[in-house]
Structures are given as structure tokens and as C-alpha cells.
Design a protein around this ligand. Structure first.
Ligand code: NAG
Ligand code: NAG
Ligand code: NAG
Ligand code: NAG
Ligand code: NAG
Ligand code: NAG
Ligand code: NAG
Ligand code: NAG
Ligand code: NAG
Ligand code: NAG
Ligand code: NAG
Ligand code: NAG
Length: 451
């Protein structure tokens, strides 16, 4: 959140009286008039079914009191510094006359029903640092002219229907800190210049139709904290700079067509908390964890082409909450070290070639909510008191694991269970007689492995 604006000065009512009574436009400059006209023009060209802008009237001189308008008074003139009409039910096209608010630093038109194109006149707003047009129905391309906004720090255009390429010229705005363009229909390559923006913290381009490689220099900026490029058609490898970043906390690259190996540096990071690489074509083996105290909480490598074993060093990820390695070609046994993870909630290993015994200590991770290891060549023994050891379990999917023995009566104590699948495990006997929350629960595997 940026706070750029002081409230309208108390002086203004006084000033207004002065203006009206004396007709002496002391504080009214040409620029002030232009701002007022631009606001009235804006209102006249949009639809405002709820009358949200009813305070914007012809007869009211003091536009600084109009709903959503914030001013800044220099010694000689009143200028619009911010316009915030977020969530006001406004519609129609964004009028080009908005480009006449030449002092504006913050423009928030988000969460309305604006449609049509983004007017290129926005490029005339040389002072603007915050532009939010998210959650509207805007179409067409992102105008090249936005690159003239040399003070732009925050650009939010998500949840629209924007098309075409992201203009490479946008990366001339060297002060960009947040670029949030997800849920649009953007195509083409990610401009390489995003890799060289030194102040960029957040880049979210997810759920578009972007192609090509991830810019090789992305992550080289010392400010970089959050990147989400998921749900595109990106190819090539995960860039080294991204993996080596010493500031990155969230890395979301899922649902693309990335290839190559998982860079070992990801597991030597002291900043990453979230790594989502699921649904790509990554190959090779899972690198060992070499970081001393890695803060990783969420790790999903589901649905890739990974081979080799599960590195026992994954058990050193003591902050881990979700671990999903499903639908790869992993072999070997489940390392006992995984049960050292103190707050693990999801352990998803379905659809691999894992073999050997399931470590009994796995059934001691009392924080577990999802335990899914089906469709491997594992053997194991289900503890009779599993229902008391894993009281939080919502999903227990162990089909094809050779378990044998009787179905534990303690399952009846798993009151949060929503899904259980024990087909072809060799377990015998019936479920507990007493009415159980899992009666009538779905017994099918989920369509796609969990991430
Ligand atoms: C008001 O405008 C002046 C000149 O444009 C600028 O220097 C100052 O930072 C602004 N003040 C605020 C609170 O935005
Ligand atoms: C409103 O302003 C326009 C010019 O900006 C003028 O033509 C019109 O007469 C004004 N209406 C009223 C009610 O003042
Ligand atoms: C605009 O106003 C809404 C509340 O109506 C607020 O949540 C939002 O943060 C404001 N935008 C800016 C840029 O301050
Ligand atoms: C912007 O203001 C100028 C006068 O300063 C005016 O001629 C022009 O029509 C305005 N543009 C728009 C799009 O309203
Ligand atoms: C833009 O506006 C939306 C909705 O008002 C808000 O959730 C979001 O945080 C704002 N900022 C950006 C950069 O999108
Ligand atoms: C954004 O769009 C998605 C679908 O594209 C929708 O599910 C979501 O609710 C939208 N978010 C907001 C805040 O409107
Ligand atoms: C990334 O780190 C590895 C060592 O972990 C190093 O070999 C490599 O040169 C680094 N790459 C870049 C681009 O910094
Ligand atoms: C891990 O990072 C540290 C610095 O944080 C570095 O000294 C060490 O060489 C790295 N280890 C590997 C295996 O890259
Ligand atoms: C990480 O885990 C491995 C195997 O579980 C163990 O041998 C090693 O000492 C651990 N390293 C650190 C730094 O905790
Ligand atoms: C994994 O098992 C499947 C059959 O279950 C087999 O087709 C595949 O070759 C095995 N892959 C590896 C890497 O062992
Ligand atoms: C599981 O926990 C119980 C009770 O704390 C303990 O007695 C048992 O040894 C543990 N089992 C394993 C395999 O760690
Ligand atoms: C269910 O839990 C209760 C209370 O912890 C315990 O007394 C009972 O023996 C448990 N039932 C089974 C079948 O383990």
C-alpha cells in the first residue's frame, strides 16, 4: 500500500467561500481548471448506475471534496493527486480525458465494469506511480504508451481480457516494483527487460498464454521476492539467476512446459518458502537439500519426469507443510527422515515406482491431513492405532500398498476423514460397525494427483 497523499487541507472550504464570494480565482490556475474539466469529462463518459459520483457536479468548484478524489495543494494551485473509484459499479470505456490529470500519482479504477481498450492517453500521466485497472472487462493490447510513465511503480491489470504481447517497452519503466497481469489472454514472450529491472519485487504473469523461455536474467535483481509465471506455455530451463536469487521467497512456475533439471541452488536457498514446479517436463533427479535452515513450506514437483530416489535430506526441511512428489518416475524407498518434519500436513507420493517398506514413523506425523502413497510398489503395516496417531487426517490413499492384516478399528476415530482408498492392500475385515463419517465417502482416486 502506498500512502502518497495527505488529506485535503482544511484551508479548502475557506478558500472555496473566498472564491465564490469574491470571484477571485487566487488558487485557480489553468492546470486546476484542466483537472476539474478532466474529472467532469471522465464522469460524463462513463456509466454510474449507483450514483457513486453524485458529488462530482458542475456547480461544485472544489473537486478536492469529490468522492474518490484526493488533492495536493502547492502554494499556487490545487491538483488531483489520486483518483480512487475502486468498486463503485462504474462501467463503459475508460475515457481518454483521464490523460489530462497530469499531476496524478495514483489511479485506482479496479473492481468495476470498465470495458473496451486501455486508453493510450494514460501514457501522458508522467507522475503516475500506481495504476490499478484490475478486475474489469478490459480488452485489446496493453498500450505501448504506458512506457512513458517513467515513475510507474505498481501496475495491476489482472482479471481482465487483455490480449497481445506484453509491450517490451514497458520495461523502460525502471522503477517498476509490482507487475501483476494474471488472468488475461496475453501472448508472446516475456520481455527480457523484466530481468534487468532492479526495483522489481513482484512479477505475476500467471494464467495467460505466454510462450518462449523465462528471461535468463530474471531473479538477478536484489529486490526480487515473488514470481508467478504458472499456467502459461513457457519452455526451456529454469534460469540460474532465478534459482540462485538471494531474495526470492515465492517461485511458482507450475503448468508450463519447462524442461531441464531442477537447479540444485533452489534447495540451498535461505529465502524460498514456496516452490511450485508441478506439471512441467522437468527431468533428472531431485537435488539434495544443502541449506542449513531452509524455510521452504510448500514444495510441489508433481507431474514431471523426475527419476532417481527421494533424497533423505528432504527431511531437513523442518518448515515443510506440503510435500508433493506424485506422478514422476521416482524409485527407491521412502526415507525415514521425512517423519522428522514436525508440521507436515500433506505427503503426496502417489504414482511413482517407490518400493520397500513404508517407514512406520510416517504414521507418527500427527499433523498430517493428507497421506497419499497409492500406486507404488510399497509394502507396509498399518498401525492398529492409526486413528489415534493421525487425528487430523482428511485423506488416506494407500491402494496397492501391500498392508495385510485387519482394517484398524481406530479408523473410526478419524473424525475429519473425507476420503479413504484402501483397495488392493490385502486388508481384511470390515469397517467399524458404528456410524462413521466416512460412510458414503468417495473411494475413487482424485482425477489428478494433488500438488
Ligand atoms: C505535492 O506536490 C508537490 C509538487 O508537485 C510534491 O513535491 C509533493 O510531494 C506533493 N505532496 C504530496 C503529499 O503528495
Ligand atoms: C455545466 O458545465 C458546462 C460546461 O462545462 C456548461 O455548458 C453547462 O451549462 C453547465 N451546467 C450547469 C448546470 O451549470
Ligand atoms: C481505494 O479505495 C479502497 C476502498 O474503497 C481501498 O481498499 C484501496 O486500498 C484504495 N486504493 C488505493 C490505491 O489507495
Ligand atoms: C485535455 O485538455 C486540453 C486542454 O488543456 C483539451 O484541449 C483536450 O481536449 C483535453 N483532452 C481530453 C481528452 O479531454
Ligand atoms: C488493485 O485492486 C485490487 C482490487 O481492489 C486489489 O486487490 C489489489 O491489491 C490492487 N493492487 C494491485 C497491484 O493489483
Ligand atoms: C478473477 O478471475 C477469476 C477467473 O478468471 C475468478 O475466478 C476470480 O473470482 C476473479 N477474482 C476477482 C477478485 O474478481
Ligand atoms: C548459481 O550458483 C551456482 C552454485 O550454487 C554457481 O555455480 C553458478 O555460477 C551460479 N550462477 C549464477 C548465474 O549466479
Ligand atoms: C549454499 O549456499 C552457501 C551460501 O549461502 C554457499 O556457501 C554454499 O557453497 C552453497 N552450497 C552449494 C552446494 O551450492
Ligand atoms: C540432513 O539430512 C541428512 C539425512 O537425513 C543428515 O545426514 C544430515 O546431517 C542433515 N544435514 C543437516 C545440515 O541438517
Ligand atoms: C516404473 O514402473 C512402470 C510400471 O509400473 C514401468 O513401466 C516403468 O518402466 C518403471 N519406471 C522405472 C524408471 O523404473
Ligand atoms: C511412534 O510414536 C509412538 C508414541 O510416541 C512411539 O512409541 C513409537 O516408537 C513411534 N514409532 C516410530 C516408528 O517412530
Ligand atoms: C478412540 O479414541 C478414544 C479416545 O481417545 C479411545 O478411548 C478409543 O479407544 C479409540 N478407539 C479406538 C478403536 O481406537
Amino acid at each position: 500500500m502506498i500512502r502518497l497523499f495527505a488529506p485535503c487541507p482544511k484551508l479548502i472550504p475557506l478558500l472555496a467561500i473566498f472564491i465564490i464570494s469574491c470571484s477571485l480565482p487566487l488558487a485557480i490556475s489553468d492546470d486546476t481548471d484542466t483537472d476539474r474539466e478532466a474529472l467532469l469529462c471522465f464522469k460524463s463518459q462513463i456509466s454510474d448506475p449507483n450514483g457513486a459520483l453524485s458529488s462530482w457536479t458542475n456547480t461544485s468548484q472544489n473537486f478536492c471534496n469529490w468522492q474518490g478524489v484526493s488533492c495536493n495543494n502547492t502554494q499556487t494551485q490545487l491538483r488531483v493527486m489520486a483518483l480512487n473509484v475502486s468498486s463503485k459499479g462504474l462501467g463503459g470505456s475508460i475515457p481518454p480525458c483521464i490523460g489530462n490529470l497530469s499531476s496524478i500519482a495514483s489511479l485506482d479504477l479496479s473492481s468495476n465494469a470498465f470495458l473496451g481498450k486501455i486508453p493510450s492517453e494514460l501514457g501522458r500521466l508522467g507522475q503516475i506511480s500506481y495504476l490499478n485497472l484490475s478486475i474489469n472487462s478490459l480488452e485489446g493490447r496493453i498500450p505501448d504508451e504506458l512506457s512513458s510513465c517513467s515513475n510507474l511503480q505498481v501496475l495491476g491489470l489482472w482479471n481482465n481480457s487483455l490480449q497481445g504481447e506484453i509491450p517490451p517497452s514497458l520495461t523502460q519503466c525502471t522503477h517498476l516494483q509490482q507487475v501483476i497481469l494474471y488472468n488475461n489472454k496475453l501472448e508472446g514472450r516475456i520481455p527480457t527487460g523484466f530481468g534487468t529491472l532492479r526495483e522489481l519485487k513482484t512479477l505475476d504473469l500467471s494464467n495467460n498464454a505466454l510462450t518462449g523461455d523465462i528471461p535468463p536474467l530474471l531473479g538477478s535483481s536484489p529486490s526480487f521476492v515473488y514470481v508467478d509465471l504458472g499456467g502459461n506455455q513457457l519452455t526451456g530451463r529454469i534460469p540460474e539467476f532465478l534459482a540462485n536469487s538471494s531474495s526470492l521467497q515465492v517461485l511458482r512456475l507450475m503448468q508450463n512446459s519447462l524442461t531441464g533439471e531442477i537447479p540444485a541452488a533452489l534447495f540451498n536457498s535461505s529465502t524460498l518458502t514456496t516452490i511450485y514446479l508441478n506439471r512441467n517436463n522437468l527431468a533428472g533427479s531431485i537435488p539434495p537439500v544443502t541449506a542449513i535452515a531452509a524455510p521452504i513450506q510448500f514444495l510441489s514437483l508433481t507431474q514431471n519426469k523426475l527419476t532417481g530416489g527421494i533424497p533423505p535430506t528432504l527431511g531437513n526441511l523442518s518448515s515443510l507443510v506440503r510435500l508433493s512428489l506424485a506422478a514422476n518416475n521416482l524409485v527407491g524407498s521412502i526415507p525415514e527422515s521425512l517423519s522428522k518434519i514436525p508440521a507436515l500436513e500433506r505427503l503426496i507420493l502417489t504414482y511413482n515406482n517407490l518400493s520397500g517398506p513404508v517407514p512406520e514413523s510416517i504414521f507418527n506425523i500427527s499433523s498430517l491431513r493428507y497421506l497419499e502413497m497409492a500406486n507404488n510398489s510399497l509394502i507396509g503395516r498399518l498401525p492398529q492405532d492409526i486413528g489415534n496417531r493421525l487425528p487430523n487426517l482428511q485423506s488416506l490413499i494407500l491402494s496397492t500398498i501391500q498392508l495385510n492384516g485387519p482394517i484398524p478399528a481406530s479408523l473410526a476415530n478419524m473424525t475429519k476423514l473425507e476420503m479413504i482408498y484402501l483397495v488392493a492392500t490385502g486388508l481384511t475385515g470390515a469397517m467399524s460397525q458404528k456410524s462413521h463419517p466416512m460412510d458414503g465417502l468417495p473411494l475413487l482416486l482424485p482425477q489428478a494427483p494433488r500438488s
